[in-house]
Design a protein around this ligand. Structure first.
Ligand code: FE2
Ligand code: FE2
Length: 190
């Protein structure tokens, strides 16, 4: 199925490949936030504004769809398989969903502090510290979380889910983003 979101390398015939592509974007925008963290004790520059706005927008608008892809489309199908290989991976799913919750609350804090910084052009000391701590925590959570999903959960899903189930996951991912079916990269939505 020649459908893509943004400039990722996989398409909807390979939904777990798409989910890994999302991880690369999460890592990219996380690096952006890590680049902003050291300078939030200084007056906001135009370069920092552009970088921070793009990262906040990604984590506010796109990243929750990735979480929903996993929690609503992928994980429930793995839980239903009742296969020995899957049982071991399933034991890792609850902690992964807990990470999603934790990351969600840290992102809410980064969003609130980041918007305050963008609006006022500066952050007070407690805000600077909270912003840096939240981003350090996010980096630590994502590093482990993505390693388990890319290294264990997604390969298993790719191997064991039927093509019908993969197609159903893909349909749900499409619906979540309301993307149009396209055949050329020039038409790809972000
Ligand atoms: Fe996840
Ligand atoms: Fe993920």
């Amino acid at each position: 199925m020649p459908v893509q979101i943004g400039a990722q390398a996989h398409n909807f015939s390979d939904p777990t490949g798409l989910l890994s592509d999302c991880h690369r974007r999460i890592e990219m925008f996380l690096r952006t936030l890590e680049g902003v963290a050291p300078v939030v004790d200084r007056p906001l520059t135009e370069e920092t504004r552009v970088a921070l706005e793009s990262a906040l927008r990604y984590f506010r608008e796109a990243a929750p769809k990735h979480t929903a892809d996993e929690e609503e489309s992928l994980f429930p199908r793995l839980r239903k398989m009742h296969l020995p290989d899957v049982e071991a991976a399933i034991a890792r799913l609850d902690p992964l969903e807990h990470d999603h919750l934790l990351a969600g609350s840290l992102h809410a804090e980064v969003e609130e502090l980041g918007q305050r910084y963008l609006a006022a052009g500066s952050l007070e000391c407690t805000g600077v510290e909270a912003f840096r701590n939240a981003i350090a925590s996010l980096a630590s959570i994502y590093e482990q979380h993505i390693r388990i999903e890319d290294g264990l959960v997604f390969p298993l899903a790719a191997r064991l889910l039927s093509s019908t189930e993969k197609a159903a996951i893909a349909d749900e991912m499409v619906a979540r983003r309301k993307v149009r079916l396209v055949t050329s990269t020039s038409e790809m939505p972000r």
